[in-house]
Design a protein around this ligand. Structure first.
Ligand SMILES: [Zn+2]
Length: 309
């Protein structure tokens, strides 16, 4: 049995974002606190006792407090059921939470060498001492099985694969610490329970649905998919920023080449948007955009939602 807990569903900044007065953020601060959401991350487990995070958001501390499954077990002076963190990119909202995991508990970071090089190039991550925190490289198109603290297999098989995307925005115009360009900036994951064969896909960042993405996701029991913006020029149109979704490596929900249209008719049993920016009008429950998305079968998870596959 594969358990998934949505720790957070929002894109960078969360909902509400500290400096944002957009309609969604304002509503979340006032009459609709239920719109509040922390930055995107999920936790997975095959046995219910040992958990792995997929990405570690800046809101991790708050997310762990809110998630009983991830609390220290009763009677233990120092303990965490978290055995590892799998990173799918090097953006701040995927890696900054690692800094909240610095209190001496051993765990393993699994990431593409491109992302590991970002951690290595930023000395602040040295607070995660090599003695306690292993950093293991993962390769695209090669499955791996994270292990438990005693070295035994977790029962979770993970297949990383390259998806259309962009490098971390704070490195734009800079030399990447890994020294060269290429794949690995943005990866998707297929996460499979070895005992049951049940699986899901995780693509919190994806710039386009190409034929490769389509053929992988077709027929999946569950997908978590990039829901950053409703339309590509949303931030510009709302005077919230000067970048399009594409500039940031994110596909729009709407439009002929958007996620809703591109992933229609692929026999995907359950489709959940993740990494949803506070500018996205589909977050408003009574909006026309929300209705279009839900009519197409898409769901918007509340933080803390647990799914058993
Ligand atoms: Zn906002």
């Amino acid at each position: 049995m594969l358990r998934v807990v949505v720790l957070g569903a929002a894109a960078g900044g969360g909902v509400p974002q500290w400096n944002c007065g957009c309609p969604v953020c304002q509503a979340a601060r006032t009459e609709h606190p239920e719109l509040g959401s922390t930055q995107a991350s999920i936790a997975i487990s095959a046995d219910g006792d040992h958990w792995f995070l997929i990405n570690a958001s800046p809101d991790l501390r708050q997310q762990l407090i809110a998630t009983p499954q991830l609390h220290p077990r009763a009677g233990k002076l120092r303990h965490s059921p978290i055995c590892g963190v799998i990173l799918t990119n090097g953006e701040i909202d995927a890696i900054a939470g690692l800094l909240s995991m610095r209190e001496g508990w051993p765990f393993t970071i699994y990431a593409h060498p491109k992302v590991l090089s970002i951690l290595e190039a930023n000395s602040i991550f040295k607070v995660l001492s090599e003695k306690n925190v292993r950093r293991l490289p993962i390769e695209v198109d090669k499955t791996f099985e994270p292990d438990l603290p005693d070295g035994s297999p977790s029962g979770i098989e993970i297949l990383p694969f390259a998806v259309p995307g962009k490098g971390a925005w704070y490195l734009e115009g800079e030399v990447h610490p890994s020294g060269k360009d290429g794949a690995g900036n943005t990866i998707g994951l297929r996460v499979r329970d070895k005992a049951t064969g049940r699986y899901f896909y995780f693509l919190a960042a994806c710039a386009a649905v190409d034929d490769d993405v389509k053929s992988r996701l077709a027929g999946a029991p569950l997908i978590f998919f990039d829901g950053t913006v409703w339309r590509d020029d949303e931030l510009i149109a709302a005077s919230l920023g000067n970048k399009t979704g594409q500039d940031m490596g994110h596909i729009a929900m709407s439009g002929d080449h958007g996620a809703i249209q591109s992933l229609a008719g692929l026999d995907i049993a359950r489709k959940i948007f993740l990494h949803i920016n506070n500018s996205n009008p589909a977050l408003l429950i009574d909006s026309a955009e929300r209705e279009i998305a839900e009519r197409a079968g898409w769901q918007f998870p509340a933080d803390g939602t647990e799914i058993v596959l």
